[in-house]
Design a binder for this molecule. Sequence first.
Ligand SMILES: Cc1cc2nc3c(=O)[nH]c(=O)nc-3n(C[C@H](O)[C@H](O)[C@H](O)COP(=O)(O)O)c2cc1C
Length: 403
Amino acid sequence: MESRRILLAISGGIAAYKAPELVRTLRRAGHEVRCAMTPEAARFVSSLALQAVSGETVRSDLFDAGEEGEIDHIGLADWADLIVVAPCTANLLAKMAHGLADDLVTAVLLATKAPVLVAPAMNVNMWSHPATQTNLEILRGRGIRFVGPDSGELACGWEGLGRMSDPGVIAEAAAIELVPETLAGQVVLVTAGGTAEPIDAVRSVTNRSSGKMGFAIASEAARRGADVVLIAGVTSLETPHGVRRVDVQSALEMRDAVFAEFEAASIVVKAAAVADFRPIEASDRKIKKEQLDEGASMTLELVQNPDILQEICSRKENRTIVGFAAESHDVVAAAQRKLARKGCDLIVANDISRADAGFEVDENAVLFVWPSGEVEELPLLPKTGVAAQLFDRIGKLRDSGDS
Ligand SMILES: Cc1cc2nc3c(=O)[nH]c(=O)nc-3n(C[C@H](O)[C@H](O)[C@H](O)COP(=O)(O)O)c2cc1C
């Protein structure tokens, strides 16, 4: 990878002792690295060590005229191609979420236009505290990316989530953040989340899709410079940064929204879990229990929903179309049948019988099933990682003109 400019922002947690190693790892990958510290970080790692490994003056004081002379906080914010915050304390996470700028690091983070990658590190209870989790969601919604924390023995004596990721893993995540805007000028249409098929005024038939996979895909496409339209079904997720969102509920609404956006799209990724069936009729009033005899059963008659993937594939032209298949058994065979039936360029299949992957969780273990019959099995990855792998494949497919 070409040399890029990385600003490492270090805050006051125990894991700051790993910062010099991270600087060395990033420099070994060929990058220019500068360090900025919060005043508290200096209690955990010496600026001398960071200066020695980075070969640059380490900055920590917002108001130090000497430091500010050549490169002030705005200069540093503009200089960076990427800012890596490692370790990121609970305190710094909160300040970032709320736009505080009372020291050099927070001022740089507020002033920068560069992508920001955050490696949190803290006690397990600080991490799981609702305040921290809310701050995390706020920052994710703004396009801030996260690596870790990992689970394990913590410096404070507790076990659990909160360890900063290893410097090598952070450096790999930084490399992913520095991907060029290969999708500039492309319109990418992504569907995500489950649908809700109405039974009556208050009830619906839905499924367990959280939308996390599709949202990660939309976010990745935006990061690669695409104009992204995200058609979101039932989900509680925040809109990813730089993405235009259209909310829908039922499969029929999803279909209308897809066709409203389809013409302009060059890449379509259908990650939504669209219901195959809907109640034949939905009462516009709440169905009351008293309408039934005591103990009587009730039958819900279902009809098939339109097959949106099949419909768009029949109008594919030179678009790249990717479908998803959530299967509980015979995953590969089911995905291959789906691919052949619909005629899309790629099926991303996942085995929903695994507890550690698929619905609701942040990680996914997927298979890429190709029309050639080739099946690529990816390891268990964060959904952001699956999204990155997907667009790497889509890029190759479009470069080769095979889609
Ligand atoms: C020994 C010690 C270790 C600490 N480790 C962490 C930590 O790993 N993560 C964290 O969020 N806060 C940790 N703290 C608390 C932070 O240092 C404190 O919130 C501080 O205000 C953070 O400042 P900063 O975010 O501006 O760097 C630690 C405090 C002490 C005294």
